[in-house]
Write a protein that binds this ligand. Sequence first.
Ligand code: ADE
Ligand code: ZN
Length: 328
Amino acid sequence: MTVSQMPKVELHLHHEGAAPPGFIRGLAAEKKVDLSGIFDESGGYKYKDFWDFLKVYEAATSVLHTPEDFARLTTAVLEESAASGVIYSETFLSPDFCGNRDVGAWREYLAAIREAADAAEAEHGIVLRGIVTCIRHFGPDKARETAKCAAETVGDWIVGFGIAGDEKAGKLKDFEWSFDCAREAGLRLTAHAGEWGGPESVRDALDDLRVERIGHGARAIEDLTLVDRLVKDGIVLEVCPGSNVVLGVYPDWHSHPIHRLRERGVKVTVSTDDPPFFHTTMVNEYNRLADAFEWDEGVFDEIARTSLEAAFCDAQTKAKLLKRLEPS
Ligand code: ADE
Ligand code: ZN
């Protein structure tokens, strides 16, 4: 089996960020919205840097209006993930984009997304779970409303709570209430840190929000005392190397610290973040990592197992998926 054929577990995927550009263009045409400015000549998403990426992301998301739109998005996203061999995926969902943080509306979006996910599971065998995610640059007040939506829908499908968006906006401490609310409701926690913020942002996520996983976390490598803490506490990093390289956090794949983090004993996992924005897929991530660091099937097998162990789904779901990681 080649690394591209191996079964994969993805923990860090933004639902809207996984929307194929053709899908968003089609919805824009249906709704007669002019989104031509966000696409390049070859039809891909166009942006200048991370902050421009966030604007283009929100512009693309603006054509997703109804629960039915999100159901169609779910079908399109899971088809792509399944084609890369992904058997389990956790996706970031934001009530900000699904019913403007109104709990009743959020429930309707969620029901539509779940129905589409169940159909994709029946067709492709891919299992999806949701992580409710607040958007840092929307501020702590909106995050509180988002956390309440999360707490109202906690269960076997909404399994976690997180924060994404502009890592330079505000302080993570400002979101403590929301994370406490989600934790008390029974949700597992993750936070974007160590992508644009340095090691101190990772420390803030651990100390102020008490998360068990870090979204990205690559820049923890700049402080080896922090790296030792990640190892000791078993903190899992949702590393997205292709995203980091395309957005310029690192100049190329060889410079990415995922290999050094792993060698020091950090639990690293591999994800795509916003795959069409970064011209990547899980197969591409695996192939580029294999080329850059001479990672073989044994390494990827270990990464898939680490990912499944760190997944926020229930034990029964994990046990079923674990069987699919065993060689047949
Ligand atoms: N939202 C979507 N993708 C993101 C990323 N890579 N970092 C922060 N927020 C995001
Ligand atoms: Zn992300």
